[in-house]
Unconditional design. Structure first.
Length: 460
């Protein structure tokens, strides 16, 4: 069996995934990128055996020692403690030992009893708000396209604001790099169109802005800080596509949290289920370890942003608006905030399709299904190519098809507003209503002649 000896800046994610690894200093960035801060005692020698987050078939050993003398006083005794996964010595004396998880044993299928609730113990929404009054961070999870979830978010924000106006709103939907644009909009220095264009909302997030408009407008009217929580999507995408954090440049690594814990109990199993749904093609190479790192980057970045903001603004509370997978009580953002900042937190989510499980949330709310009014659409699928917005497909019953727009037409303007990217069109349509008519200027390619410019009236 070969042994690789590598410096902290030399070892890659792939090598860690393919081997059991000893981190001779648990404080090095490579170890902290997998286990965050292990919280070992500051004195003596500690050995901490963990499963390898990038490959559960291998192990990782975290070593902390405050001096060479501690190592020398202990190293010869380790052979006697092979069955333990955690050892702590002081001056060669064993002070703490913990057994590891047993690998062998019998397996039994358990017939788990069903879970129920006593209906008389249900509480009103006003009672829930009272219970949230002393929480520093309140998470309101969402399915991004479920309108009632966003209505709940606004209700909670209004209720907490009525309790105490010193409130901020943290939003997954915005990247940290766009904070100044958000600040300018909340301060009424720019209008909504400028805000959406400068923040590149439609490129970076893309979901119907109307889901979030009332929340952001409430913040703007009341001058509540809106905090961009998220990391540049290109960095996370690179981690996934190029098989781990090792692929990032030094500059990109500076943008991510140094302490990242991939070994939170239950996290890998939950993310494995998400990955199974994400990986549509079984022939695609298995990139689970990269997927795990990319998902942890989202959660760790948002947790760090929350903790950093509240440390700088101790008088405020924060409502966090994020997808339900990011607000899972025991393994997503909340424990990562708690690792950085000792604050009371609570999670409230829509009860639809949810198990009754205290590990998921503190409060499940039963909501009446609701729908946004349908958006105004042309009825086209578009692609961008060489600076052109091109019609790739047409809905057979959409206004564009009925008006005579064809596949491969290039959309260059809508009501005399220039269209350079798909987001330009989405932004203009945001302010239109079903039943209105718009003038679409297109260029139609011709084989031996110049492109033909046509203005077509389209009903939305």
């Amino acid at each position: 069996m070969g042994t690789i000896i590598a410096g902290p800046d030399e070892i890659t994610d792939t090598e860690i995934a393919q081997n059991s690894t000893i981190f001779i200093d648990a404080a090095i960035p490579t170890a902290r990128a997998l286990f965050a801060e292990p919280r070992h005692p500051s004195t003596g020698l500690t050995l901490d055996l963990r499963r390898n987050p990038l490959n559960p078939d291998h192990l990782a050993i975290l070593v902390s020692a405050n001096s060479r003398e501690e190592v020398g006083a202990t190293i010869g005794k380790l052979v006697h403690y092979g069955k333990y996964s955690f050892l702590h010595f002081e001056a060669g004396k064993l002070l703490e030992k913990r057994p590891g998880e047993a690998k062998d044993g019998a397996r039994y299928a358990l017939n788990l009893p069903p879970v129920g609730i006593e209906t008389r113990q249900s509480i009103t929404y006003s009672d829930i708000l009272k219970k949230l009054a002393d929480k520093k961070v309140v998470y309101v999870g969402e399915e991004h396209t479920r309108y009632e979830d966003h209505q709940l978010q606004l209700q909670v924000i209004r209720g907490l604001y009525a309790q105490n106006p010193k409130l901020s709103i943290g939003m997954e939907m915005f990247h940290k790099a766009d904070q100044q644009t958000i600040d300018d909009y909340i301060a009424a220095k720019i209008d909504e169109t400028t805000f959406l264009r400068q923040s590149k909302y439609f490129e970076k997030w893309g979901f119907d802005y109307r889901y979030y408009r009332d929340i952001i407008n409430f913040a703007r009217i009341n001058r509540l800080p809106v905090i961009a929580l998220n990391l540049d999507k290109q960095i996370v995408s690179k981690v996934y596509k190029e098989n781990g954090v090792s692929a990032l440049t030094a500059q990109e690594k500076e943008a991510i949290p140094e302490n990242r814990d991939l070994d939170v109990p239950g996290y890998q199993n939950r993310i494995a289920g998400v990955y199974k749904n994400h990986r549509q093609d079984p022939q695609e190479p298995d990139r689970f370890k990269a997927f795990l790192q990319s998902q942890a980057l989202w959660d760790e970045t948002m947790a760090e942003t929350i903790a950093t903001y509240l440390t700088a603004h101790p008088e405020e509370r924060m409502v966090v608006i994020a997808g339900q997978g990011h607000v899972v009580k025991n393994d997503a953002i909340p424990p990562r905030v708690a690792r950085r900042l000792a604050v009371d937190q609570a999670i409230i989510v829509n009860a639809a399709d949810k198990e009754i499980d205290a590990a998921l949330a503190d409060f499940l709310v039963f909501l009446t299904p609701a729908e946004l009014p349908p958006p105004a659409l042309l009825g086209v699928i578009l692609k961008e190519d060489n600076g052109n917005v091109i019609v790739e497909k047409l809905s057979p019953h959409g206004g564009a098809n009925l008006a005579g727009i064809k596949e491969k037409d290039m959309i260059v303007a809508l009501d005399d507003h220039e269209i350079k990217v798909i987001a330009d069109l989405k932004l203009l349509l945001l302010y239109k209503k079903i039943g209105e008519k718009v003038n679409v200027r297109i260029k139609r390619p011709r084989t031996f002649l110049a492109d033909k410019v046509i203005v077509i009236e389209v009903g939305l």
